[in-house]
Ligand binder design. Structure first.
Ligand SMILES: [Zn+2]
Length: 210
């Protein structure tokens, strides 16, 4: 006989299944990364046409900008030093640029080279600032990183050697790449518009190149 007790039991079973299923979906589904805000300004456009500044000679083995241990310590905070000089990783979410939605230019903390633009930044949900591409692939070096038993591609500033983060092949359009970068490796210069970011980038190539 299908009595009230059985009906209640059936109802509770279904409720429990729905609850567990919903919880599973919430935690198992990865956040879909948001693509960067569309803009008509291509900050990277000038770069391929520009020669690198004269102090940036990448033909040798070493990095063009060299500093002594004392100079690095003087220039960087303890966290910036451990991330950029000792391949460290800062804590996710508790870093200044993860949630930074302002327009502007991200430079290398070690040498002020423009590395990333806010126009390529997207919310990856990882807790670190994420970009679909660097401003200039010539100034961002890559190397295979097998530390912690993982196969990852490490990225660093090619001008001063400062470790930046890693690049993964699971990013949004247009590149499908996710440059996962430490805030501690960057300094941020806010601008009024993407055009102004582009001007700053051009200034680095032109003024420094004189
Ligand atoms: Zn640098």
């Amino acid at each position: 006989m299908y009595n009230r007790y059985q009906r209640l039991k059936t109802f509770l079973s279904i409720a429990l299944i729905l609850l567990l299923g919903g919880t599973f979906l919430i935690f198992a589904m990865p956040d879909k990364p948001n693509s960067p805000e569309p803009t008509d300004v291509d900050v990277n456009e000038c770069v391929s046409a520009c020669a690198l500044p004269s102090h940036v000679d990448l033909s040798g083995d070493g990095f063009p900008v060299k500093r002594t241990e004392a100079e690095w310590r003087e220039r960087l905070t303890e966290l910036q030093y451990s991330v950029t000089r000792e391949q460290g990783t800062e804590r996710p979410f508790e870093n200044p640029y993860n949630d930074n939605k302002r327009t502007g230019l991200y430079r290398c903390i070690g040498c002020d080279t423009p590395l990333f633009s806010s126009t390529d930044k997207f919310n990856s949900g990882t807790g670190w600032p994420s970009f679909t591409q660097p401003i200039d692939s010539r100034t961002l070096g890559e190397h295979k990183d097998t530390s912690y038993g993982m196969q990852r591609v490490e990225v660093h500033c090619k001008i001063c050697g400062s470790h930046q983060g890693h690049v993964f092949p699971d990013g949004p359009k247009p590149t499908g790449l996710r440059y996962c970068i430490n805030s501690a490796s960057l300094s941020f210069e806010e601008t009024e518009s993407p055009e102004a970011v582009k001007k700053l980038v051009e200034a680095w190539y032109q003024v420094e190149g004189e």
